[in-house]
Design a protein around this ligand. Sequence first.
Ligand SMILES: [Zn+2]
Length: 468
Amino acid sequence: MIKLHFLGAIQQVTGSCYLLEIDERKLLLECGMIQGEIKPNKPVEKFFHFDPRALDAVVLSHAHIDHSGLLPALVREGYTGPVFVTLPTFDLLGVMLKDAAFLQQKDVEWENKKRLRAGKAPIDPLYDINDVEQVLKQVVPVDYGERSRLLKGVDVCFHDAGHIIGSSIVELWMSDKQQTRKLVFSGDLGNKCSPLLRDPHLIEEADVLLLESTYGDRDHRPAAGTIEEFKQVLDAAMEDQGNVFIPSFAVGRTQDLIYHLGQFYHDGKLQQQKVYLDSPMAASVNDVYLRHTELYNDDNPAFNKSINSGVGWQKWLPSLTYTRSTEESMALNTISSGAIIIAGSGMCTGGRIRHHLKHNLWHRRSHIVFVGFQARGTLGRALVDGAQRVNFMGMEFMVNAQIHTLGGFSAHAGQSQLVEWADHFKPKRPRLYLVHGELDKMLCLQKRLMEDHQWYANIPSQGEVIEL
Ligand SMILES: [Zn+2]
């Protein structure tokens, strides 16, 4: 018997986790963290609804923390088996899991200071750098397009999903005593407008399909309009004699932005003479992207030539400067105009962008550009929603800066792209389950699939178990 347990990213977009039971064998597909889930005091056993020691293998579609962030906790709780991923995902995991461990350590130190004053016993982080090192030892990198044996009677094949470098659509063949069943998991599907990466690979056959539905309710604005708007914001900042600040996610979005800025430069349209990447993590991710240029699309040969020249990203965008140290980052506050500063975090919930906002939000000449989704309750969302005053870092700030939202740079497929990709499963439609999306988005996608293709999409509930 083959069973699938829907454990995470069910009617929401974070915490991806699916458990497969093939007779007595157990395979975990994704081991993601729910955003904001790590609270210093939460017991580790609350994160897993299964025994990590009983697992035989783990497969990950890509390195984003909401798909990979609990792996070190899984290892700490006794998982000793292999973790199958693509090679670029392995490289990214090294950067991202170490960063996650570091952030937790800082949170716990802060919490323990308070506990000490209150006479309470100190607590440990959910995991630390040693657990991350152990995960990396257990990783087994697999090439795209290569069917590999995971366990007796279970094979995997990764295909490019075009979402971030190394991201994959996962094909799984599973045999129990009676039959072989094939499951396809879309992972996070990329936006076809991605300037760097290829379109998601097409697959035609499956018994069961798990389809992401992050943007199940809408299509993105065409990329050309967004790029033009971006250009206009940069020009307006020059006219106002101010700087441009871009809160950005380290993986994917930052590299896309550098691509577009480089294109402006090559077209002779970039007035700003300095672009600062003020994020050590994004700089490390840039290095990972440089190691896998064979995975880029062929849309812009000039870019591919630059990036393969051995010089790095500066060959494409000569004004790009990495500010790795805190001192270099702080020195940026003395520049009053003509600079573009890209810094994390993407939703302004932490990171260096908060320091830049602290120094610049109250200036009318400053332009803040949001290029990604801003979740409710974050500083980024408050600014996007037009707050006149905001509180952070223990202070109140007046918002005089000009706030811009660019919607077309998404790293996810829009509704039509999801439907089009799924429509390649012909002539026999697999049983379809929507995952990784909020319920209202899923309902829109469900309706569209039924109207266009008379195809019923199931919406599983948390903890639901199906037989394949
Ligand atoms: Zn992702």
